[in-house]
Write a protein that binds this ligand. Sequence first.
Ligand code: G3P
Length: 214
Amino acid sequence: MDLYLDSADREALGPLLRTGVFAGVTTNPLILERAGVRLGEVPELTRWLLDAGAREVFLQTTTSDVEAVVAEGHALRALSDRVVVKVPATVAGLTATAELARAGVPTLLTAVYHVRQAVLARAVGAAWIAPYLGRMTEAGRDGRRHVEQMQGILTGSGTRVLVASIRSVDDVHRLAVAGIDAVTVSAAVARELLEEPLTAAAVDQFDEAVTRLR
Ligand code: G3P
């Protein structure tokens, strides 16, 4: 399972990207807003993320008209061949994704809440889908079952599953065990993911032994 960071906060992202654990960074307008990044600053943010170690950067379109989404998708992809274009899974988004896919632009259909949308994403040639696990569950749906069924449908296809809206490290653990392709997590969940108290306690014992042996 690949790990991504769902953030545009450079202060938080720097140390996390340096670990080499995270394959890349996912963003959307909410993520940009939380980090105080304006739309005109996205190209500079993208360059910073790639220089900081992100192997892939996911940037979301902001328009709703098919032609505008397609044009925006090409413009975002032109920033780098390591940019993946995120498009909301609406009818216009599906239509634009089909056109972008035909043009060779890798896309991720986002804000996915139901298994049937995985079938639609594969049909239009999306490279990824982003089901919102936390929000699905909070809306009263069996988010984990939906996500696992999406993975079952898409395994072996050209469309991969990148689960977002992750609420805990336990979500990451269970999704990895379920064989999900990838997850994207907040900086807070990422930091918690990296820490294991029993490992830290063992290192304390090593350090004490080293002190005694000097
Ligand atoms: O990538 C989608 C994600 O940002 C949504 O997460 O925490 O707002 O449900 P959340």
